[in-house]
Design a protein around this ligand. Structure first.
Ligand code: ADE
Length: 225
């Protein structure tokens, strides 16, 4: 997977995604992350990429041309027309299922807005998917892009160790994950459930499935509908 992030804050993307498991996946060459500074594609000598909104109103709007040029600089190098994901609270809310779908792509372009948004005309021209990470408003699309890149990358074969397998994750089967325990067997008076010490594999699996159901019912009953 090759990610290309169009942003006014490339350092945010690069710093945020080069540590821990995702950073290791980059080092191994399982994924690559390119951050393209939209400002480098400004159509003036000052690097100005925003202007006042037509019709008035608060804030500034990112202009169409620099965004389009940044997109073209990336798209021209790719073997086929990539999906372009626009980070916006006005998008479809991101889910595990969407992460699995995006993980099938070879290239993904993320378009991160700032200020009051991006000129609608360039969105019409290049965007294939408008995506939100939840019903709240952030100051820019960089954190949403990082959230999505993290969730997508861990589904790509070779990104996780066996031990970190995505197979039993929450949401993978529509349920939340069962509770986990590690040593010591007693911690501040709290015991590890006996069944996990029994060594009886089938019973442990049964218990875990019951716990998943119970937990989903208690914490996210909406998932069971
Ligand atoms: N930009 C600002 N808020 C956002 C959100 N909730 N999801 C995606 N992009 C955003």
């Amino acid at each position: 997977m090759r990610y290309h992030v169009l942003t006014l804050f490339p350092e945010m993307i690069l710093q945020g995604l080069h540590t821990s498991i995702i950073g290791r996946a980059v080092q191994r060459g399982v994924i690559s992350i390119e951050a393209v500074n939209i400002r480098d594609h400004a159509d003036n000598a000052y690097g100005k990429v925003d202007d006042y909104p037509y019709g008035g109103g608060a804030g500034m709007v990112m202009q169409a041309e620099p965004v389009f040029r940044a997109y073209e600089a990336v798209a021209a190098r790719l073997p086929k027309k990539p999906r372009v994901l626009h980070m916006t609270p006005q998008g479809r809310v991101f889910t595990q299922q969407m992460a699995a779908e995006f993980a099938q792509e070879e290239d993904l372009i993320f378009l991160c807005g700032h200020y009051e948004g991006i000129d609608e005309r360039v969105l019409e021209e290049i965007v294939t998917d408008h995506v939100s990470i939840g019903d709240y408003v952030l100051t820019g699309g960089e954190l949403p892009a990082m959230v999505m890149i993290d969730a997508i990358s861990r589904l790509i074969p070779g990104a996780l160790n066996n031990q970190e397998s995505a197979q039993y994750d929450s949401f993978q089967d529509g349920l939340l994950e069962y509770p986990q325990y590690s040593r010591p067997q007693e911690w501040r008076g709290r015991q590890v459930p006996d069944i996990l010490l029994s060594g009886h594999h089938a019973n442990v699996e049964k218990w875990r499935h019951e716990q998943s159901l119970l937990r989903t019912q208690q914490r996210r009953p909406d998932l069971l509908k």
